[in-house]
Ligand binder design. Structure first.
Ligand code: G1P
Ligand code: ZN
Length: 559
């Protein structure tokens, strides 16, 4: 069959954000919208690289995904791609795509997801390009894609190409006289096989199903893509009954919920855990890269602590016994808990901007093994994406080898390293202009010459400003610079207030306020983070005038 060229013209607003292009489904359904963006990916990569290349394609099962897979297949064939590896029915979790790109030495991959954003006809959709290391394309590439969307005049497609993606197997076609291969792969196998190399499954199995002392767990996939991965790992491999997997049938609208594993959107799991029946509970987001860990009675593990605990106990995980731990990293707003581990254990520590794409270069340069973000992202250099199920298996390995409860592990960790108290307030769908005014005002404030040294008091607590800036990062490997990555106010006692605007929202603006403080004294470790951080939150709201400017009296989500 032959390809053809369809005339098109640039469409505004196709700039990839923190994690790919994310918009509402209705926007992606507009004439040429998806086609333009997909063609721009191929144009940005360049004919040399695209010709004969192998690409992985898959997504989280959300509404519009199958249509997008079909479109991508046709555009890929017309652009000279040699082979597509597509998950059965289009299903692949984000970590699985990263794993498959690496394992099969693909040129890259296209992931169809809007992560934790709601789905369905009125929900969101997203397209993200990952490069050959398995990680999200760096800004140099996403900027190129954006430039192509601004100058596009036509796209190539192969309208007669119809590929059945419902059964596994290899299919060959002739497009423009050249071979075009589509391999439909089992969505789960490559990923599970890899997890079995990283963790000791027989040890985990023995621990979880110990007949005298079974360790009861529950996994909530929130109707996202994790369902089939969780059931394969927990039930088929680790021998647990199917009822430990809840909401594990993927739905294209996530059952009408927000597939975001946090205390607000995974409230059902929190309620279940509070009954005290289970020792371990985990939830995952739509595309399977985020995770939330809960202990018995709903004990919440803050994601900033989660990565610190995994780093401190890395020797419980076979993968790190082999590779060692090369270095640690966190995104800037993530609490300093991981830094304490790096200092005490003599490891190199990196602070990068928000977004997983900033970890990839450090991993490729063998300088980074474990990293995390406060936004429920935890991972390692086993792939180049954060990985929800990996985090759960890491925690289970630690619990199996340490023979402690989650709460005991956390308390022991704080007594050894001190405790960072952390909270994040999200104000979703705020008026864009109001959010921008707030950020502009704050930027002016932190850049005032006399800002450093200024004192802020709330109740009996006073804080003196040590540093104020808009976070800037120079990648130590490729030396690229990322500017304006979040406004930081750091006080002399090390406490921090950070403001950022989200780069993943699809409408209006989302303001994120992050507050982090450190307490060495074990006497205070049991205090609720909300209590401990009250004065700093009050100061943050006062300095920013957030409530007056946005008209919002309270955040949409508190973590
Ligand atoms: C959010 C999180 C960020 C994460 C990203 C993708 O981005 O804050 O840590 O990497 O989602 O999962 P934001 O909306 O803040 O730009
Ligand atoms: Zn996600």
């Amino acid at each position: 069959m032959d390809s053809t060229t369809i005339k098109s013209s640039p469409i505004d607003g196709q700039k990839p954000g923190t994690s790919g292009l994310r918009k509402s489904v209705v926007v992606f359904q507009k004439k040429h919208y998806t086609e333009n963006f997909v063609q721009s990916i191929f144009s940005a990569i360049g004919t040399d690289v695209v010709t004969g290349s192998t690409l992985v394609v898959g997504g989280d099962g959300r509404y519009f995904m199958t249509e997008a897979v079909e479109l991508i297949t046709r555009i890929a064939a017309a652009n000279g791609v040699g082979k597509l590896l597509i998950g059965q029915n289009g299903i692949l979790s984000t970590p699985a795509v990263s794993c498959i790109i690496r394992k099969r030495s693909a040129t890259g991959g296209i992931i169809l997801t809007a992560s934790h954003n709601p789905g369905g006809p009125n929900g969101d959709f997203g397209i993200k390009y990952n490069i050959s290391n398995g990680g999200p394309a760096p800004e140099s590439v996403t900027n190129k894609i954006f430039e192509c969307t601004k100058t596009i005049t036509e796209y190539k497609t192969c309208p007669t190409l119809d590929v059945d993606i419902s059964s596994t197997g290899i299919k060959e076609y002739q497009v423009d006289g050249k071979k075009f291969v589509v391999e439909i792969i089992d969505s789960v196998s490559d990923y599970v096989e890899y997890m079995k190399k990283i963790f000791n499954f027989s040890e985990l199995k023995a621990y979880l199903s110990n007949p005298t002392k079974p360790f009861k767990i529950v996994a909530d996939a929130m109707h996202g893509v994790v369902g089939p991965y969780a059931t394969r790992i927990f039930c088929d491999e680790l021998g647990l009954p199917i009822d430990i997997c809840i909401n594990c049938i993927p739905k294209n609208d996530f059952g009408g919920h927000h597939p975001d594993p946090n205390l607000t959107y995974a409230a059902d799991l929190v309620t279940l855990m509070k009954k005290g029946i289970h020792a371990f509970g985990a939830a995952f987001d739509g595309d399977g890269d985020r995770n939330m860990i809960l202990g018995q009675n709903g004990f919440f593990v803050n994601p900033s602590d989660s990565i610190a605990v995994i780093a401190a106990n890395a020797s419980c995980i076979p993968y790190f016994k082999n590779t060692g731990v090369k270095g640690l990293a966190r995104s800037m707003p993530t609490s300093g808990a991981l830094d304490r581990v790096a200092i005490k254990d003599g490891l190199q520590m990196f602070e990068v901007p928000t977004g997983w794409k900033f970890f990839g270069n450090l991993m490729d340069a063998n300088q980074l093994s474990l990293c995390g973000e406060e936004s429920f992202g935890t991972g390692s250099d086993h792939i180049r994406e954060k990985d929800g199920l990996w985090a759960v298996l890491a925690w289970l390995s630690i619990l199996a080898s340490r023979k402690l409860t989650i709460e005991e592990i956390m308390k022991e960790h704080w007594s050894k390293y001190g405790r960072n108290f952390f909270t994040r307030y999200d104000y979703e769908n705020v008026d864009t202009e109001a959010a921008q005014t707030m950020m502009t005002n704050l930027r002016q404030l932190v850049e005032e010459p006399k800002f450093v040294g200024r004192s802020y008091t709330e109740g009996s607590k006073s804080y003196i400003v040590k540093l104020g800036d808009d976070f800037e990062y120079q990648d130590p490997i490729d030396k690229s610079i990322a500017m304006k990555q979040g406004l930081r106010i750091i006080f002399e006692d090390g406490s921090r207030i950070i403001f950022r605007l989200s780069g993943t929202g699809s409408s209006g603006a989302t303001i994120r306020l992050y507050v982090d403080s450190f307490e060495e004294n074990v006497q205070f470790h049991g205090v609720m983070a909300s209590e401990m951080l009250k004065p700093l939150v009050a100061i943050a709201l006062r300095i920013s005038q957030l409530e007056q400017l946005t008209g919002r009296q309270s955040p949409t989500v508190i973590t």
